[in-house]
Write a protein that binds this ligand. Structure first.
Ligand SMILES: NC(=O)c1ccc[n+]([C@@H]2O[C@H](COP(=O)([O-])OP(=O)(O)OC[C@H]3O[C@@H](n4cnc5c(N)ncnc54)[C@H](O)[C@@H]3O)[C@@H](O)[C@H]2O)c1
Length: 329
């Protein structure tokens, strides 16, 4: 397949590029403006296999049109987006322009040039604050911040485009809490100001942060801290390959991507202390707006309908891979 990957120099995109290069048989073009992704990730991926890298912004529609004109893509995997929930509340238009408007332009190019497959990185944030804490693909979507809404709107556009043109198939993947790094240590999560729990814990272990915070310890959960579904980035990457295969013989579909298991913030911190042997400093802080108490996937559909089989469903392994990466970088 000839596959265009937007945001392929970023955290999740780079793991999918790596998985596709390792699978072999694909012609890959990566577009990234490197606003968050890194040349270092691109260079590391070049050691795995050959692909074309174009440094550019998706909003350059004329250049995008040219790229589509000269490449007959079989599939697009669209990662490029801004991802910081709290920033999206203070600067919503930045999110709607990049995550929604740029995505719509990309979908329009797919229609114009007859691209048949589109895989979209959506998020559990589109569910908002679900009552039960466990969500299936059919659960109501009530995002509570512009980031979640920017992604939900793109889902709607994809669904409408797919309904109007049956040759255009989409796979919407709603990721839960992505963590870890590649098992061989080649690539990992780069952002220094990350708010992701596992990343922050490993940064604290290696001394890049003096301490870390628990935001709220009076939630209605077993130990009072928020519960999330952590998925290893390599299993998440493989889900894209599985859904791409699924689309070759099936209709468009939406999939949760998680393990269906919840860990509390305190449990993750205890795990990080155990794995590292470092008793790092943790302090209690007030709740953050918009943090639901529990957010866990019902991921039965992905397992039942596709050939996806998770291989790293183990919190210690996730934390260890993230820690190895943090130590090396
Ligand atoms: N990290 C998570 O836990 C998580 C959870 C749910 C969903 N997602 C979704 O997964 C996708 C990838 O997230 P990530 O964690 O890898 O983030 P990331 O910031 O590491 O990757 C995004 C990449 O897109 C690039 N980019 C952004 N805007 C661009 C533009 N206009 N033109 C060209 N390149 C652009 C960035 O440089 C970066 O390399 C995002 O769409 C995000 O919404 C992530």
């Amino acid at each position: 397949m000839k596959i265009l990957i937007t945001g392929g120099a970023g955290y999740i995109g780079s793991h999918v590029v790596k998985a596709l290069l390792e699978e072999g048989g694909h012609e890959i073009v990566v577009i990234d403006n490197l606003c968050k992704g890194t040349q270092k990730a691109i260079d590391a991926l070049k050691s795995v296999g050959a692909f074309e890298f174009i440094q550019m912004d998706l909003e350059n529609i004329a250049k995008m049109d040219e790229i589509f004109k000269f490449n007959k893509f079989d599939a697009i995997i669209h990662f490029a987006a801004f991802i910081e929930v709290f920033e999206s509340m203070s600067n919503p238009l930045k999110y709607y322009l990049n995550n929604t408007a740029n995505a719509i332009n990309l979908i329009a190019l797919c229609q114009k040039y007859g691209v048949k497959n589109f895989i979209f990185s959506s998020t559990a944030a589109t569910y908002g604050e679900p009552e039960t804490g466990v969500v299936s693909e059919e659960s109501p979507q009530n995002p509570i911040n512009p980031y979640g809404r920017s992604k939900l709107m793109t889902e709607w556009v994809l669904k409408d485009a797919g309904a109007a043109n049956r040759d255009f198939k989409y796979g919407i993947l709603r990721y839960f809490n992505v963590a870890g790094a590649s098992s061989d240590g080649l690539i990992g999560q780069n952002y220094p100001n990350a708010t992701h729990l596992v990343k922050v814990a490993t940064q604290t272990i290696v001394g890049k942060r003096e301490k870390m915070s628990i935001f709220g310890d009076n939630y209605p959960t077993s130990d009072g801290t928020c519960v999330r579904d952590y998925i290893h980035v390599e299993d998440l990457a493989q889900a894209h390959l599985s859904v791409l295969r699924y689309l070759q013989n099936n209709d468009s579909s939406v999939f949760n991507v998680g393990y269906g298991t919840g860990f509390s913030v305190k449990e993750v911190i205890e795990c990080a202390k155990k794995v590292s042997g470092v008793d790092f400093k943790v302090e209690n802080a007030p709740r953050r707006d918009g943090d639901p108490a529990r957010l866990i996937s019902n991921a039965d559909k992905l397992k039942a309908k596709t050939d996806w089989t998770p291989k790293h469903n183990n919190l210690e392994e996730i934390v260890q891979s993230a820690l190895n990466w943090e130590k090396k970088n």
